[in-house]
Design a protein around this ligand. Structure first.
Ligand SMILES: [Fe+2]
Length: 161
């Protein structure tokens, strides 16, 4: 295994965290692609606001991917972010490819953000159990941003109020 820069963690905890970080990385990349799919295709009332919001959201998710992938490498692992791996490992429901209506996209995205942040919370718990406060903190940061972005997206729903 390559060099590990997180020396205090026990071997099995480190391997568990590498696995957990790569799993959440796959979800993050999948969600980023879903956000761009919506950004490109959505049409309807409120178009420009949601269209532009989704580019900011995609940028936040890319920052999250980078944090996760780079921590995997710091821990002596290999970051796994190819399309093939993401398609195989993402736990999110496949994003619909036939939607145009802005409300359909808002609903589809909120559903996926909700399962994404639930998985991040499980990641926080796993990191706490492994004694890896830094990975817990990393997941917390990503999850806090994702919950806020879900709120921004979801508040465009006609049913939000
Ligand atoms: Fe664009």
């Amino acid at each position: 295994m390559p060099q590990n820069f997180v020396p205090f963690l026990k071997e099995n905890a480190r391997k568990d965290m590498i696995e957990e970080l790569n799993a959440r990385l796959a979800d993050t990349i999948d969600l980023t692609n879903a956000v761009k799919q919506a950004h490109w295709n959505l049409k309807g009332t409120g178009f420009i606001g949601v269209h532009e919001l989704l580019d900011d959201v995609a940028a936040h998710l890319r920052e999250g991917s980078d944090l996760m992938a780079e921590r995997v490498v710091m821990m002596g692992g290999l970051a796994q972010g190819t399309s093939q791996t993401v398609a195989k490992e993402s736990t999110l429901k496949a994003y619909p490819t036939d939607k145009v209506d802005i409300q359909d996209h808002v609903a589809a995205l909120v559903e996926r953000f909700n399962s994404y942040t639930v998985n991040l919370r499980k990641g926080i718990e796993a990191a706490d159990e492994a004694g890896d406060e830094d990975t817990a903190d990393l997941f917390t940061e990503v999850s806090r941003t994702a919950e806020k972005d879900a709120w921004f997206i979801g508040s465009n729903s006609a049913k939000a109020a």
